[in-house]
Design a protein around this ligand. Structure first.
Ligand SMILES: *Cc1c(COP(=O)(O)O)cnc(C)c1O
Length: 228
């Protein structure tokens, strides 16, 4: 089942890329394993997945521990991170997708051993329930990180609004890309900002059409599998 789902998604990635003349190699599929157990995540890895993500610190640590025999898998933390949990997780991950405050960045700088790839989470849709910094605050925020030598801003991340129309979702993704281009043009050495982390099971095709380089897909991979 999982192998079939993965094949189907890989085909959809190729189709979306073809539609807008992009090279599928530009798009990295991150498997979001938060709704399944480690055995199910292992099936994915055996089917070829090389990037896994969790949105909670404790669950990521558990899965990583259970799957130690796959040292090549990269682990992404995609959810909100509390400052007090930074020291537990920060040297266990390859990438953090939800940087949204200077205080959090300072704690990461203090606790991390090596330089860490981070995405700044932007609340493009403006929903109050969402994490992330506002588009207006983005440039000053990125500038404020310049002295934090271990934080490497590789790109921007966003979540599309729930129950929105295709046009609304597309507009959010397009805006994130414009913001990415804006930061990239500044040529900050601490913020190359070349990547876009956007698109989930419901909307990854739209996200690819709008320029996503990392898509975060959960439920679509696990259709017809037992969920936890
Ligand atoms: C759960 C989650 C996803 C994956 O969502 P699906 O709809 O299951 O594909 C992607 N990004 C974040 C931040 C998530 O929390």
């Amino acid at each position: 089942m999982i192998a079939d789902n993965l094949l189907k998604i890989e085909q959809e990635i190729q189709d979306s890329c073809a539609l807008v003349h992009r090279d599928p190699k530009e798009v990295t599929l991150i498997a979001v394993t938060k709704s399944v157990d480690s055995a199910t995540a292992e099936k994915l890895i055996k089917s070829g997945i090389k990037n896994c993500a969790e949105n909670r610190v404790d669950k990521l640590l558990q899965k990583k521990q259970d799957l130690l025999k796959y040292p090549d898998v990269k682990w992404h933390l995609i959810g909100n991170l509390q400052r007090r949990k930074v020291k537990l997780i920060i040297n266990e991950i390859d990438c953090f997708h939800a940087l949204d405050s200077l205080k959090l960045a300072e704690e990461i700088q203090k606790r991390v051993n090596q330089s860490l790839d981070c995405f700044v989470e932007v609340n493009v849709s403006g929903e109050e329930s969402k994490h992330g910094i506002s588009p207006e605050e983005l440039l000053p925020f990125v500038e404020s990180l310049a002295a934090l030598t271990k934080i490497n801003i590789v790109g921007l991340m966003t979540m599309a609004p729930k129950d929105a129309s295709v046009q609304q979702i597309r507009k959010v993704f397009r805006t994130l890309k414009e913001l990415r281009d804006l930061v990239q043009m500044k040529k900050f050495s601490h913020a190359p900002c070349t990547e876009l982390s956007m698109g989930m099971s419901q909307d990854f095709q739209l996200a690819i059409e709008e320029g996503a380089t990392f898509i975060r897909v959960g439920t679509a991979l696990f259709k017809d599998e037992e969920e936890q």
